[in-house]
Design a binder for this molecule. Structure first.
Ligand code: ZN
Ligand code: ZN
Length: 381
């Protein structure tokens, strides 16, 4: 789903047989990772469509479906697993786990009729799984005939992306400089970032207060090494909007399962100086009522472009009214140019097809041997 779509119910689907109505020629649909631009229209496909997606990615989307309008559930699924080939008809698909801000993200190698195509998915080198990128450029799949490579960050002014590890140090500094409660606004599905914040909490002796939706996403990963409700120093807060959603969906068992680790609004003021709280603007009323904002600071941990969005203005106004300073602390979920160049050079014989970019016209000068292809047009390799 293109990110600028405002009405997904009416957006035309790609002209693929099997998308509007069932068609036996459609063997399956690969969802590389659980970001909306990669699965957002999947709910419109016929119910029996086979989806190939990571197991944790599927669980995260189901968890998100419970709490937000943005999730989704799939009925017929084959799981993508790192370097485990899947055969579908004439096609063999080999997933490669990659470093990305979305969890359980894959690049895929597709082989059919003796030809091999490598699709980068969304990826980067500077996250907590950067070693996966290094391994990919060191030992890329051989005999690749076409490289479909993302170029999200091409054309952006800032091309210096701190690592998640560097970000951790910055969070530590910001937490130390804050007398009250640091409020961290980041995506509840950016698992790398949640780990970064958790580690900075441990280093500064603060507990980490996460909202129930985020706790549920973390549980959905099935990965016990990630921060989880039940860990020391993690508390679960239920904002009103999420409480209403649980009531609407009748999912009381979910809420009850977090009961031992809950923190309630009346406890926030006292906990402020020794806690860090995950936050988003939908929680303004919750924390305003809790009177926990003395000495607070908002740490903005999303793409800075959203700050200029007129929709963010009322929130910035709210911060000003309360005298809450804003500090930015973020790094991109996508590879910097220098890393894309390294990825491209790992496939020296393959023409590169620009995808996932608004600057496809710059690929030739940056990467060489480019084949521009339009959406919806078939070509022969
Ligand atoms: Zn993504
Ligand atoms: Zn994407």
């Amino acid at each position: 789903m293109p990110l600028d779509v405002t009405n997904p119910d009416e957006t035309p689907l790609h002209p693929i047989r099997g998308f509007e109505t069932p068609d036996a020629s459609l063997l399956g649909v690969v969802i590389s990772h659980p970001h909306q631009d990669h699965y957002g229209l999947a709910y419109r496909l016929p119910g029996q469509t086979l989806f190939l997606i990571g197991k944790a990615a599927q669980s995260i989307l189901a968890a998100a479906d419970l709490f937000t309008a943005g999730g989704t559930t799939f009925e017929n699924v084959l799981y993508l697993e790192d370097q485990k080939p899947i055969t579908l008809g004439s096609f063999t698909i080999v997933p490669f786990l990659v470093d990305h801000s979305g969890y359980d993200a894959y690049a895929v190698l597709v082989e059919a009729d003796g030809k091999r195509l490598f699709y980068s998915g969304d990826l980067r080198a500077h996250g907590r799984k950067g070693a996966l990128f290094e391994k990919l450029v060191r030992q890329p799949p051989e005999r690749v005939d076409v490289l479909l490579m993302e170029g999200t960050t091409i054309g952006r002014n800032d091309q210096v992306f701190p690592t998640e590890a560097a970000l951790e140090e910055r969070f530590v500094e910001l937490f130390q400089e804050t007398t009250g409660m640091p409020l961290v606004w980041c995506s509840g599905q950016n698992i790398d970032r949640l780990v970064t914040v958790m580690r900075a909490c441990i280093k500064t002796g603060r507990q980490f207060i996460i909202d129930m939706y985020t706790a549920h996403v973390l549980r959905a990963t099935g990965n016990e090494r990630l921060p989880q409700a039940g860990w020391d120093h993690i508390k679960v807060f239920l904002p009103n909007a999420q409480r209403r959603q649980i009531i609407r969906r009748g999912e009381f068992d979910v809420a009850n399962s977090y009961r031992p680790w809950r923190i309630f609004p009346e406890q926030l003021a006292q906990a402020a100086a020794t806690s860090v709280m995950l936050f988003r603007p939908s929680m303004i009323n919750d924390i305003e009522k809790a009177s926990c904002l003395t000495g607070s600071r908002l740490i903005y941990s999303l793409w800075s472009g959203y700050l200029k969005d007129p929709k963010t203005r009322p929130f910035l106004e709210w911060l000003r009214r309360h005298g809450i300073p804003l500090s930015e602390c973020h790094t991109s979920g996508h590879a910097a140019l220098q890393d894309l160049v390294r990825l491209r050079h790992a496939f020296p014989n393959a023409p590169v097809v620009p995808i996932h970019t608004i600057n496809a016209d710059r690929f030739e000068e940056l990467f060489g041997n480019v084949q521009r292809q339009n959406d919806g047009e078939w070509w022969t390799v």
